[in-house]
Each structure stands twice: as structure tokens, then as C-alpha cells.
Design a protein around this ligand. Structure first.
Ligand code: MN
Length: 250
């Protein structure tokens, strides 16, 4: 089971969630929202071989935290994974657009200058702007667009730019999300939850609930559950081997 985008450090009891992920042999990409969260969050999963921590600066916090960019650059050598980063074009964040673009471009430049990273990217209401940035910084690494919600045309452009996609149960609840998942290149799709920001029955969704996305993708792609599962495992191996220096996944 794979959750390629969740916020382990933001659950009320991170250690309990982490222990359960380890018990279930899960692969987890634990993303962070600020560089100052890096030390604490990466320490959380230090002994869990299948849990990786990504260094991030969330677009919704860009205006408050752009002074943490030197910290971002300092910690970047400690990880092959960067996220959550990106742009958010929601109306309430429009006034901070310039800060968002500044931070996202800085992060992509730093990643390019240090050999590239696997990038977990937020693109809500900002798909075209995100793709424009990625196109300009093609050496930044392997972009994984988390919870993609753009148009079909933007999906096609993202695919042509080499993007990957991480897809969760909430995205697959509506017709638009389903149609996008059907149109995605299935050899470049991973499952995620975005917990604890997503909920199930009024409580935060747990990483192992990414299983629901596997079942939904199996249905949408007309595969057996076993086929969908092994597609995800193959995809995880492939994406993590895109950059040099990665430990082999077991
Ligand atoms: Mn997130």
C-alpha cells in the first residue's frame, strides 16, 4: 500500500499513525508544509525504512514563510523528496500570488541546482501557472502533481511534460476526478490520501485508506484489484529510481 502524499506530522497523534503504517508495511511520502518542520518530521520516521520525508513550503504559507527559504536550501541535501510545494490560485490567496510564485520558483531553482528531486506539487486553481514554472525548470526533477484538478487539456500538457500524478479517494468521489483518472497515463499514477486534511466520516483520513483509491482505480481502469496493486508497486519502483542515489525499495 502506498500513500504518496500525506501530512504525518499534522495528525493529532503522529506516532500512533506512523506505527500503524509500519505495521501495515506501507510506503509513505510524509510531506511537510514549512522548512522549520523538517527536523521534527524527518526524525519521526527515521527508523521506518519505507517512510520518506519530503522538505516543503506550502503555497498557502508562502507569504508567511518566505523568510524560511534559506532553511529550505540548507536542508535540501538531506532528502531526495520535496513537497508540499506549488501554487494555489484560490480567490482568498490571490493577494499573495507574487510570494507564491517567488517561493515556488526559488524551490525549483534550488532543486535543479542540486541534481533534481522528486516533487510533490499542489496546483489547485493554478494548473497552467504550475506547468509554466515546471517547463522553465525542467531540471528540477520528477514532478508528481498531487490531487490534480485541472482541465483535460492541462492534463495532456502535464503528461507531455513528464508529470506523474498522485490520486486519492476524495478526488475519485466525483465525476470530474474519475474522468481525469481514466485519462491519466496509468504507468505514472500513485495513490495518496492528503490526510489529515481529507476526512472520512468526519475524522481525518488515515494513510492506509489509500486502499480505497486502489479499488476505485481498478474499477475505472477495468483491472483486477491485484493488477491495480501491482501497477502501483511498479510505478513506485519506477518513480523512485528516476533519480540517482536512491535506496532500493523492498
Ligand atoms: Mn497536502
Amino acid at each position: 500500500m502506498i500513500d504518496f502524499h500525506c501530512h504525518l506530522d499534522l495528525y493529532p497523534k503522529p506516532h500512533v499513525v506512523l506505527d500503524e503504517c509500519v505495521k501495515r508495511n506501507m510506503y509513505v511520502l510524509s510531506v511537510t508544509t514549512t522548512p522549520s518542520a523538517w527536523n521534527g518530521t524527518s526524525a519521526l520516521s527515521q527508523r521506518a525504512a519505507r517512510i520518506r520525508t519530503a522538505l516543503g513550503l506550502h503555497p498557502q504559507l508562502a507569504h508567511e514563510r518566505r523568510a524560511e527559504l534559506p532553511l529550505f536550501d540548507r536542508y535540501l541535501s538531506e532528502t531526495r523528496y520535496v513537497g508540499e510545494i506549488g501554487l494555489d490560485g484560490s480567490p482568498e490567496l490571490r493577494k499573495h500570488w507574487n510570494d507564491q510564485v517567488y517561493v515556488f520558483n526559488h524551490v525549483l531553482e534550488s532543486c535543479a541546482a542540486s541534481g533534481g528531486r522528486i516533487l510533490s506539487i499542489h496546483s489547485r486553481r493554478a494548473t497552467t501557472a504550475v506547468l509554466d514554472c515546471l517547463e522553465r525548470h525542467s531540471a528540477a526533477g520528477v514532478p508528481v502533481l498531487h490531487w490534480f484538478s485541472g482541465s483535460r487539456r492541462e492534463l495532456e500538457r502535464a503528461t507531455n511534460l513528464g508529470c506523474w500524478f498522485s490520486v486519492g479517494p476524495t478526488m475519485l468521489e466525483n465525476a470530474k476526478g474519475k474522468a481525469l483518472a481514466v485519462a491519466m497515463p496509468r504507468e505514472r499514477v500513485l495513490t495518496e490520501t492528503d490526510g489529515p486534511f481529507t476526512t472520512n466520516d468526519g475524522r481525518p483520513m488515515f494513510p492506509w485508506e489509500a486502499e480505497r483509491a486502489v479499488l476505485d482505480l481498478a474499477t475505472l481502469w477495468r483491472l483486477s484489484i491485484e493488477e491495480a496493486r501491482s501497477q502501483m508497486t511498479d510505478n513506485l519502483r519506477k518513480v523512485t529510481s528516476q533519480l540517482p542515489g536512491g535506496a532500493p525499495l523492498r
